[in-house]
Ligand binder design. Structure first.
Ligand SMILES: [Mn+2]
Length: 355
């Protein structure tokens, strides 16, 4: 595996490449063209410039997170082919720039959903948190307003104000789209992009839905072992792969994370590893990466990845906000650096104990 950190680009991230390079063991970044909208074509020039900037800092691009999928593709509307054509062109340009990993998700309207961005923990750190009760009490159009005050002046992925202005229209777009239709739309999209993925050896790695159940009545399919295995079979091509995100699959306590990892052997191309602390099955917060701070056994998760021969990029996921840092919620430097060091330590111990 390769330890990496997510980075939003110098114009959007409070964390610099110079800081990332000083985290022991981190050699790559997972990045994106953050000022593009879903459906835009990424030009070779833009990608090349991003690559040069990262390499000038002594790092490299380990993968893209994300190339976002336009809602027309997810909803399967009449104009979806135009957006798929654009997506293919973006993949082609990434391939030409020697980038071979693309993380994406297939969640309708909202990206990951949290009801608090700064819940205070007993040690004074703040974290992202979720309660089903809070979602049930909210109208979807008020979701953005309810959390936007805690974004520390940043724009959060999937929660771009321009998209949030059109919530009502987006909900209308998904009328009649149930889980089966969403599966069919995903299959259609994958079948159309697989040829370009094969040509440039691009591994597509789908990110699970977060939380791993339906919110606001919208369909959600990438939520458990059964569905992700169904998706792997549905388009049985090695370029159709998985981002294993422990914090997203882990929102459902019914998911046995190490077992899921083992069942996806050979198809996990990217891993997000983080811990959650549950107060009830529908009330959880993001903890420090350390096992004892949350509800997951992080050693077992890393061991499962080691056992399947995982060799892709891995990154610490959302961190707590600590030591007075002001950053995009979940994406500060300090706690993610602690997470990277901890995960590297677990990996080294597993590796040496197997010799
Ligand atoms: Mn994730």
């Amino acid at each position: 595996m390769e330890m990496t950190l997510r980075w939003y680009g110098s114009r959007f991230d409070t964390v610099t490449l110079e800081q990332i390079r000083q985290i022991p063991g981190v050699t790559g970044v997972i990045t994106t063209l953050y000022d593009t909208a879903p459906g835009d074509v990424w030009s070779r020039e833009q990608i090349h410039a991003l690559k040069e900037e990262v390499e000038a800092a002594g790092l490299h691009i380990s993968g893209i997170e994300s190339v976002n999928v336009h809602d027309a593709i997810k909803a399967g509307t009449a104009d979806r082919d135009r957006y798929i054509d654009n997506y293919i062109e973006t993949l082609e340009n990434l391939g030409k720039e020697d980038i071979h990993l693309v993380c994406y998700n297939f969640m309708p309207v909202f990206d990951w959903t949290r009801t608090e961005l700064a819940r205070v923990r007993p040690d004074g750190s703040t974290v992202l948190a979720y309660t089903q009760e809070a979602v049930d009490a909210l109208h979807p159009e008020d979701m953005f307003a309810s959390i936007s005050g805690d974004m520390n002046g940043t724009v959060m992925p999937g929660w771009e104000p321009e998209r949030m202005e059109h919530i009502r229209e987006m909900f209308e777009m998904y009328q009649g789209v149930d889980d089966e239709a969403l599966f069919a739309n995903l299959k259609y999209f994958l079948e159309r992009i697989m040829p370009v993925c094969r040509e440039y050896d691009i591994r597509m790695a789908i990110h699970p839905d977060d939380p791993a159940w339906s919110v606001f009545g919208l369909p959600r399919i990438i939520v458990n072992k059964e569905n992700i295995l169904r998706m792997m079979k549905m388009v049985d091509d090695p370029h159709n792969g998985v981002t294993f995100c422990s914090g997203s699959y882990g929102t459902s306590l019914e998911n046995d994370l190490p077992d899921m990892i083992r069942s996806l052997k050979g198809r996990i191309y990217f891993a997000h590893v983080r811990n959650l602390k549950f107060h009830s099955p529908t009330n959880f917060e993001e903890a420090a990466h350390l096992s004892s701070d949350g509800s997951f056994d992080m050693y077992e998760i890393m061991k499962a990845l080691y056992d399947i021969g995982f060799d892709g990029p891995i990154r610490p996921d959302h961190g707590r906000m600590i030591w007075g840092e002001k950053a995009m919620p979940g994406y500060g430097l300090y706690d993610r650096a602690l997470g990277a060091a901890y995960l590297n330590g677990l990996w080294e111990a597993i590796e040496k104990s197997r010799r």
